[in-house]
Write a protein that binds this ligand. Sequence first.
Ligand SMILES: [Ca+2]
Ligand SMILES: [Ca+2]
Ligand SMILES: [Ca+2]
Length: 322
Amino acid sequence: MKLKITDSELYCVVFLLLISIFYSCKAFAGNCPAEPTQMSVPYGERITCEINPESDTDVFYFSGTKGDRVVATLDRISGEDFRPIMKMYAPDGEYLDYSFTKIDKSLPKTGIYSVTVNDNSQNYSGQYAFGVSCLGGACLPSSPSTIQGCNIICNPEPTEMFMNFGTRVNCEINPGSDTDVYHFTGTKGDRVVATLDKISGEDFRPIMKMYAPDGEYLDYSFTKIDKSLPKTGIYSVTVNDNSQNYSGQYAFGVSCLGGNCLPNGNFDCSGATLSSADLSIHIPVLNMQTSNGNVPIWVDFSYQQHLKDGIYFKVLNYGIAK
Ligand SMILES: [Ca+2]
Ligand SMILES: [Ca+2]
Ligand SMILES: [Ca+2]
């Protein structure tokens, strides 16, 4: 007998099973605290909140170091005529910038930055998602110890992934305001090419921007960036719709054209293509109980490598004794 369990149950069920092997279990999206919504947002997280009533103001904080390059993102999720706007303030309270979609900023000071979110006219309520990612400087995440190669699966929002050279990922800009972030580790003098292909989406025109490890903006392109890397460290690439109005699918990849990043020996992705089905695993289990009291004897789950938190497991199905 096979049972489906709800999404809210699924991550932790398998986590209990594999706690000795792996190390993380949490929901993909951060939870919005109740009014008055004021919260600190870690880099790489995305919080879904609500402006309600129409006059509502929510406040988010993140800590930054002078010279860090960050991008704050804002997406409208629901609410007819709702048009969320964010405003960013420096640690000393200086007003820095506003946007309906994203603020890409080199931080002028070290300390706690504040971002407010409102409806632009303060007349409409609705849901939105807010997040902050680091594009350079002290705030950069560390590279995970293992990164999959060849074709890899797109992480769910907030899509922020480490890429290997030779890796390609199919992801989505959705909604039109969406920003996705990629990182790769490079050595000074390496020659790399980052590639961007539009897959689908009428009027969707994806654009990528590349940043050096210190946050210096290097280049942009709608198709490819061919670059000799000026520094050693973690590079970042953002992908957006050019007008931040249209959603669609794209493929992003990064390859090495010379230097330390060249592959050792044969490099061939044929036969190594990963699909969701390839990643699903069927295992027998013992001594496990779900929140509704069932005792599974086997579990099918899929997994995804996540930037900050390691591996997420998703239970696809489990079986109980007949
Ligand atoms: Ca609110
Ligand atoms: Ca996306
Ligand atoms: Ca995104």
